[in-house]
Design a protein around this ligand. Structure first.
Ligand code: MEV
Length: 316
């Protein structure tokens, strides 16, 4: 039987990087994601349509598919399965852009592959198996990306703890602006972590501050208090930039978003390239988007889907 699974990408609204060091971060699912079609086969195979690569797990595995291959091997091991499964992956999230494309792919892969072999894994099992590839790609990830891909919606996330869903009264759209520059999250995690060596006490204090800001951002978002939310986003960008994880392209995009009338703007995810998010006033979203498009490689307004990973039977 064939099964299809989809999982959303993510934005981090407040608290990236600090979350690796134990603080809360506020994250939300986006309206783009990864899709995996899986069907039983003689041995495990992954086909990435986005990368144009094929991994035969009994033979050759291209480097870029090694993390996903490791997650598929871990999934089959967890299920104690000797049967194979063929997984075809596609995605409409820009790759290496800080929007959680790798986590969305891993989560959808685990859900589709297990379903194709007749199993229904619990969300926490899907999350744990997706973390296998996330650790391989990002080195020391907090787990926020696979948490959003698994559970969807908006959440306060702290590593190693159950996520806290955040309910929003008014639907809020965020503008996502892609700088067109890809980058490596693991390098940025490393760079950010190094900033604790010179001033460890200040660093620890900032981690605690970031947690408070993320909680306040969650409250502001849930109450529709866009001005308070924007204030936290702007401050968050300034501190991330001063700790070396922004880039000239991201700083220019943030400037362009504020020029375009947005209330708040910041880098999102690992930084160093990738994307910004911006919060437009409710009645000016389309105008702000049109203006920001002049500066960004790609920009769109994303609503926040409530669903995380979804899986359904798609053929015999
Ligand atoms: C990556 O999306 C967010 C970071 O905080 C890393 C992590 O939490 O794993 C930069």
């Amino acid at each position: 039987m064939s099964f299809t699974a989809t999982a959303p990408g993510k934005i981090i609204i407040a608290g990236e990087h600090f979350v690796v060091h134990g603080s809360y971060a506020l994250a939300a699912a986006i309206d783009r994601g990864s899709t995996v079609h899986a069907s039983p086969s003689s041995h495990p195979v992954i086909v990435s349509k986005s990368l144009g690569l094929v991994a035969d797990l009994d033979g050759k595995v291209p480097d870029r598919l090694r993390p996903l291959a490791k997650t598929l091997t871990a999934t089959l091991g967890w299920l104690n399965e000797s049967r194979g499964v063929k997984c075809e992956l596609e995605s409409n999230i820009p790759i290496s852009a800080g929007l959680g494309s790798s986590a969305a792919g891993s989560v959808a892969l685990v859900a589709a592959a297990s379903a194709a072999l007749g199993y229904s894994l619990k969300p926490n099992e899907i999350f744990d198996l997706a973390m296998v590839s996330e650790r391989m790609i990002h080195g020391n990830p907090s787990g926020i990306d696979p948490a959003v891909a698994t559970y969807g919606g908006v959440m306060l996330f702290s590593r190693g703890a159950p996520h806290k869903p955040v309910q929003i009264k008014k639907p809020t759209g965020f503008i996502i602006g892609f700088s067109g520059v890809d980058r490596s999250t693991s390098k940025m995690i490393h760079r950010f972590s190094e900033s604790q060596t010179s001033h460890p006490s200040t660093f620890r204090a900032l981690v605690r501050s970031s947690s408070v800001f993320a909680e306040n951002a969650a409250k502001a978002l849930s109450e529709g208090d866009l001005n308070s939310l924007a204030a936290i986003m702007n401050f968050n960008h300034a501190i991330l930039s001063s700790l070396g994880v922004s880039s000239p392209a991201l700083d220019s995009l943030v400037e362009a978003a504020l020029d375009a009338g947005c209330l708040g703007a910041k880098l999102t995810g690992g930084g160093g390239g990738g994307c910004i998010i911006a919060l437009p006033p409710a009645d000016r979203a389309d105008t702000s988007l049109t203006l920001l498009r002049r500066s960004a490689a790609e920009a769109w307004i994303s609503k926040i889907p409530q669903a995380g990973v979804k899986v359904w039977r798609s053929g015999d």
